[in-house]
Design a protein around this ligand. Structure first.
Ligand SMILES: *[C@@H]1O[C@H](CO)[C@@H](O)[C@H](O)[C@H]1NC(C)=O
Ligand SMILES: *[C@@H]1O[C@H](CO)[C@@H](O)[C@H](O)[C@H]1NC(C)=O
Length: 462
């Protein structure tokens, strides 16, 4: 019995070794991406004005997918002026971990742009295929803000989905202008910055007669002006002005009586909007919709009609907070509790199944701890979606593997329906279906307490 568990793990380890040797081979082919480690990281970074570092782990599937694209981008950018250097750093290597932790690497791959010999650090927020990487980086190395000189230049700021920040100045010098450029440098990976001397070229609305920061956005008031040119003040302004007040899915009245009572009443909507404007200062964004139009959102959040009317908050780190069957006069108190940290996050889980005797075990969010982390077993866990074709193809293979381990008490093959269960984002990175994780009690692989992300074809070999 013991042997079987061992052999399964052994096959996976052998497979990983094979991957390592493939990348070792590529290195001999004259890689354009620099390899850094703890011994030469600081030295190399200090010599470059603009260097991108990919923090990766050899076992991470997304890193393997990125590698050829990154290499291709490096060879295209090899002759760029000014130089753009691409490097990689194995954050999984024992000797490199301390350095990686200084960069607060949360997942793999993480790419950072290090400028001025490493004095400025920015998150890379661009695409992950070669051409996209090249375009994004070329823009990052150029001037942080583009001058608007003509009507054509101004017309380019018309993209319906983007946010633009425009600085209008009487001269391209002085405190206001310098601060604006500092801010543009800081936030350039998030927004498009431009500047101009000609107030007539200022998009959307009347011209201004003093230095102005105008934020153009495709929602709410469409543009907002700001006149305080302190860097911190501008940053805070941009952060707040870019969050929509209320996202209304559809203002058509719904037939649902409760919803009509709540959202349809002339009293509630204004309250809701007032509250939204008030709490916007605390960076909460609001969603308002009738049931019919919100069907998708209900599915997404795993809510049911009988919970309406309801308020739901989703934070940028993926936590959700729910108040079901809310009355208008409960909105403000509940939000206060929320901002005071008194509301517990809402975590969606299917009920733990009473019978679970198929070869592939059913795991739900509420049973993750018991079945996966505290079971003392080696667990292969599939995150799937019922509609996903690749998951359906994988199902018989998974079952076959499960049957071959059926007498082995050390091994469990399991699946979790990720469309009806919240996946803890701090532990698992599920970007698509199926995603497989292998939790090993033997291979205590560093970062994730023995969690390995693996791809379906690795499983086939196993
Ligand atoms: C840094 O050191 C590693 C290990 O010795 C080596 O493989 C790599 O090429 C070095 N990188 C640079 C840029 O010197
Ligand atoms: C598991 O044990 C049962 C009963 O001893 C046996 O019939 C079955 O073939 C075993 N399965 C495997 C995969 O060894």
């Amino acid at each position: 019995m013991e042997n079987r568990a061992w052999s399964g793990i052994w096959v996976i380890s052998v497979f990983l070794l094979a991957l390592f040797s493939v990348s070792a081979f590529a290195a001999e082919e004259g890689e354009k991406v620099l390899t850094l480690d703890h011994s030469n990281f600081s030295d190399t970074v200090s010599k470059h004005n603009f260097i991108v570092v990919e923090f990766y782990a050899p076992w991470c599937g997304h890193c393997q997918a990125l590698a050829p694209e990154y290499e291709k981008a490096a060879s295209i950018l090899g002759s760029h002026d000014p130089p753009i250097v691409l490097a990689k750093f194995d954050a999984n290597d024992e000797a490199n971990r301390e350095l990686a932790s200084e960069f607060e690497i949360q997942g793999f791959p993480t790419m950072k742009i290090l400028k001025n010999g490493g004095k400025n650090i920015q998150e890379y927020k661009g695409p992950r295929e070669a051409d996209g990487i090249v375009d994004y980086l070329k823009k990052q190395v150029g001037p942080p803000s583009a001058e608007i000189k003509s009507v054509e230049d101004a017309g380019k700021l018309g993209d319906e989905k983007k946010i633009y920040v425009v600085g209008v100045f009487q001269k391209f010098s002085g405190n206001e202008y310098e601060n604006f450029m500092t801010l543009a440098e800081k936030l350039r990976s998030d927004y498009d910055f431009s500047h101009t001397l000609d107030t007539n070229l200022l998009p959307r609305g009347e011209s201004v007669n003093k230095p102005t920061l105008r934020l153009l956005k495709p929602f709410d008031e469409l543009f907002v002006d700001f006149h305080d040119f302190q860097v911190d003040a501008m940053e805070k302004f941009i952060e707040e002005a870019t969050i929509p007040f209320v996202t209304i899915f559809n203002s058509d009245p719904s037939n649902h009586p409760y919803v009509n009572k709540f959202f349809g009443s002339a009293n509630t909507k204004p309250i809701y909007k007032d509250v939204a404007v008030l709490y916007k200062k605390k960076s909460i964004s609001f969603l308002l919709g009738d049931l019919e139009a919100s069907e998708g959102a209900f599915q997404y959040f795993g809510l049911t009609v009988d919970q309406a009317p309801l308020l739901i908050i989703q934070t940028t780190d993926g936590q959700k907070y729910l108040k079901a069957n809310i009355e208008p006069d409960q909105i403000v108190p509940w939000l206060k509790d929320y901002t005071d940290g008194q509301v517990k996050p809402f975590i969606r889980s299917e009920p733990i199944p009473e019978v679970n005797n198929e070869p592939v075990k059913v795991v739900v969010t509420d049973s993750l701890q018991d079945m996966v982390f505290n079971s003392g077993k080696n667990v292969m866990l599939e995150f799937y979606a019922p509609w996903c074709g690749h998951c359906k193809q994988l199902a018989p293979i998974l079952e076959e593997v499960a049957i071959s381990f059926e007498n082995d008490t050390d091994v469990m093959i399991a699946k979790l329906d990720a469309t009806t269960n919240d996946v803890p984002v701090d532990t698992f990175d599920v970007q698509g279906y199926p995603t497989l994780y292998f939790r090993s009690i033997l291979l205590r692989m560093n970062y994730d307490e023995g969690l390995l992300e693996c791809s379906p074809w690795e499983l086939r070999r196993a």
